[in-house]
Write a protein that binds this ligand. Structure first.
Ligand SMILES: *Cc1c(COP(=O)(O)O)cnc(C)c1O
Length: 398
């Protein structure tokens, strides 16, 4: 249990801490992260994916320095999508050779930085990018270690904004591009070394068969590349499996990951490759909670609003994807009576909400709320829009 009431007070973490204790001297919304909980999720991920796999944590999910340091201690590596994330990884103590550089829009400066530092692998997302990498590697007189991010052409059932493996979105390379890619490789063998293929079909996918189909299709491309005389040794299966936000179902999540891990190992056992995976959300989402305070209870003839001091500026997912986050009051409700509220922020946008039509215990101004499961894509997507301060962040000890 990650959030639960003990002695009428909401507690959080593997070693439960009363969240109220972080609110003395309250100066605005704050994220609380549980590093012990994170370590446990890493252990589970590793055991389900097997000893041939290596975890490259998707840094974009949460790049807090102490989270990265904690992951480093556990032998996790990093998947990054910008020069800024490379810097943050190095600052947290990672070696460049523990970092995979992904993302569709790498600038010359970022590629130069990555090659100069000698990152483990650059995941290539377009023909133009491959040419750019070859050119920069040549000028630096290095051999870039690259992988091709392939689009396996499956269309998962998830929010359209977070599917990424289909030909109509901006990510990855289509099978039709392979002849040209391989030609460029052959012309630049001194400066480009193909180390593997990678795929990432989207986030929040819970259908194992969709992953399986994607892996099978990418495997065909892998074999094709081998048949052309290349010797890739890494197969990157992309981000993690989906998690449950609507209710707590850790056992269900573990079961899904176990099945997924078995499928991955089974599909790839005949390839003799290092299996790379890039989970973000699965590791950190449940291990973060956002605390905020109700400023006003606003009642109109049509609606009841809880106007809080946090919103899309601190946690964008509800506004961006209509994502669901459970909301808890800090004091255990004394009755089962509920009110239906829209929980909204102070930002001047109608999409600035944390929850719509949500049944919650009756609240009053000054009460605190905990927004659950906000450890992933919370702070990392936060902005200072309306010139409101970013939330503070606190980590519970390891
Ligand atoms: C966002 C992303 C991930 C992480 O996805 P999660 O759903 O957080 O596990 C992994 N790989 C790539 C390339 C990504 O863009």
């Amino acid at each position: 249990m990650l959030l639960r009431y003990m002695n009428q007070k909401l507690h959080f973490g593997l070693e439960p801490q009363a969240l109220e204790s972080f609110l003395t001297d309250y100066q605005g919304p704050l994220y609380v992260y549980d590093l012990k909980g994170l370590q446990k999720r890493v252990e589970q991920y590793r055991s389900f994916l097997g000893s041939k796999s290596q975890i490259y944590y998707a840094t974009k999910a949460n790049s807090h320095l102490d989270i990265l340091k904690s992951l480093k201690k556990q032998g996790v590596r990093l998947d990054v999508v910008s020069g800024g994330e490379i810097d943050q990884g190095i600052k947290a103590g990672f070696e460049a050779r523990e970092i995979i550089f992904s993302g569709v829009g790498k600038t010359r400066q970022e590629i130069t930085q990555a090659l100069f530092l000698r990152v483990h692998q650059i995941n290539v997302e377009s023909v133009e990018e491959l040419k750019r990498i070859a050119e920069i590697a040549k000028s630096l007189r290095v051999r870039a270690q690259i992988a091709f991010r392939m689009n396996p052409e499956v269309s998962p059932q998830t929010h359209p904004y977070i599917t990424t493996g289909f030909r109509e979105n901006k990510f990855g390379l289509d099978a039709q591009a392979l002849p040209e890619l391989l030609r460029i490789l052959k012309e630049n063998t001194e400066h480009l070394e193909l180390k593997g293929l990678t795929m990432h079909i989207g986030s929040q996918i819970t259908d194992i068969e969709v992953f399986q189909e994607a892996i099978q299709k990418t495997k065909e491309m892998f074999r094709h590349v081998q048949s052309q005389g290349f010797t890739p040794s890494r197969f990157d299966v992309g981000g993690g499996v989906g998690i449950v936000y609507e209710r707590e179902d850790l056992a269900g999540e573990e079961k899904l990951l176990r099945n997924y891990g078995q499928m991955v190992q089974n599909e790839l056992k005949d390839l003799d490759v290092e299996i790379q995976c890039e989970p973000g959300r699965w590791l950190v989402a449940h291990n973060g909670v956002l605390l905020c305070q109700i400023q006003y209870v606003k009642e109109t003839p049509y609606k009841k609003f809880l106007i809080v001091d946090s919103g899309m500026n601190h946690l964008l997912r509800p506004a961006l994807y209509e994502a669901h986050h459970n909301i808890w009051t800090l004091n255990e409700p004394s009755s089962t009576a509920v009110e239906v509220y829209d929980v909204v922020g102070p930002i001047c946008e109608s999409s600035d909400f944390l929850a719509l039509e949500r049944a919650l215990p009756r609240c009053k101004g000054g009460d605190f709320l905990a927004i659950a499961d906000s450890g992933a894509y919370g702070m990392s997507m936060a902005s200072e829009y309306n010139l409101r301060a970013l939330p503070r962040e606190i980590c519970l000890p390891e």
